[in-house]
Design a protein around this ligand. Sequence first.
Ligand SMILES: Cc1cc2nc3c(=O)[nH]c(=O)nc-3n(C[C@H](O)[C@H](O)[C@H](O)COP(=O)(O)OP(=O)(O)OC[C@H]3O[C@@H](n4cnc5c(N)ncnc54)[C@H](O)[C@@H]3O)c2cc1C
Length: 476
Amino acid sequence: MNQVSDFTAALARALPESAFRLSADDRRPFETDWRGLFNNASAAILLPGSTDETAQMLKLCNEHGIAVVPQGGNTGLVGGAVPIENSGAQAILSLRRMRAIRNVDPLNNTMEIEAGVILQAAQQAAEAADRLLPLSLAAEGSCQVGGTIATNAGGIQVLAYGSMRNLVLGLEVVLPDGQVWNGLRSLRKDNTGIDLKQIFIGSEGILGVITAATLRLVPRPRKSLTALAAISDPHQALALLRATQENFGSELTSCEYFGAAGLELVSRHLPGAVSPFANSHPAFVLLEVSSLDADADLAARIEPVFERLVTDGTLQDVVIAQNETQRQRLWALREALSEGERAAGGAIKHDIAVPIFAIPDVLHSIESGLPEIAPGARPNIFGHLGDGNLHVNIMPPEGRAIDLLLARATEITSFIEGVVVAAGGTFSAEHGIGQLRLKSLKQHRSSLELELMRAIKGVLDPKWMMNPGKVLNQGS
Ligand SMILES: Cc1cc2nc3c(=O)[nH]c(=O)nc-3n(C[C@H](O)[C@H](O)[C@H](O)COP(=O)(O)OP(=O)(O)OC[C@H]3O[C@@H](n4cnc5c(N)ncnc54)[C@H](O)[C@@H]3O)c2cc1C
């Protein structure tokens, strides 16, 4: 028997039929990433229903030399959750059957939850206990809690609550050899040696499989106000951010940016999506402020700020949502940006962050330098302005297919990364490295940093069997 058939025979002996899929038809839907960039065959789909089954599977994979690719909701944008080419036999381990919400504790403000729970379901469980799980992103209807931990996801409320790392109090992880580490503590203070959970948060499945987590919850805001401002350049966006931050502090829960190109994509893609403004504008900032006080008059507090900014020419125009339907319509313009871009044929994507003051200069350098490298290419820039994190996505000239740009992708990316790194920024703010950004990591991190990362990987996964070809390569 060969290695794979040996493995699948052992799998069938040890585990129930519901715990794996072997046929090509069953495997196919798991093998392609959300963007459709990567598609490589797997040896099996593993579907553990419990931590014990996950441990059994990892032990079997380890014994048979089968690499393991952990997969959550498969919404990652860097190809981390699907196999790479030419790396021997790889099994995709999907957490989709591990969906238990073990408990929600409104006094301790925590929830213990299995990794396969869809983020939106976790938010709803917190809400049922009158609490907020403050992680929100456009993929929340599909991505899983485990995936958001493994990628240290950010999203639209990082400004007020931090990224996923700030919300994780404890983890349960199955190590590559099948040992289970139970670190499911629900403590806010615990200085007992190296904080091991931090190593797994953001590790993109290369160190082990996260099977459960204890998450921090917060009180639910009782009032919120959402507004969309039209601006003519990024300096004005920063002036608006500064003014609202000075007046609202941590009550400013979202500050998102998008340009006219993004608005047009969304209008084409999303039925009923229209700009609330009579005139066209170069760019927009979507703001949300929230209060724990049910009687707070947020409009009375924000209107004078907007009036001043309109009068001094910082804002071209501004609308405030008057009810929940209007609020959702404004948010839909922001949240459909990735989908709209995908529907229009895709883009060369970048997920940058720079110190906030540097945003106008960085965007100017990118927009003025791009035509030389890719004539006619259209930047679609949007993202989390309040975190200095923007998605600088480059679309082909109008009417042309993305293939035209793919030939220049390396050049475009290295130009954008060069500008960003020179400004003290990062080439990957929230999407991670996956299989897409390995070269960039190697280029922009020091050899000491890479050596330390490889050393940690080598200790936890000495055979380098977890998610091969993602984040780091063994020898280089
Ligand atoms: C429309 C859209 C909008 C998005 N917006 C944002 C955003 O605002 N902010 C943001 O940060 N991201 C965003 N993303 C990216 C993506 O949604 C996040 O990275 C998300 O956290 C991935 O979760 P997932 O469950 O889909 O993980 P997957 O895509 O399945 O996996 C991602 C990585 O984590 C590993 N992994 C998954 N589950 C586990 C586990 N249980 N144990 C160990 N490793 C695991 C995988 O191997 C892979 O390397 C967006 C994506 C889309 C499609």
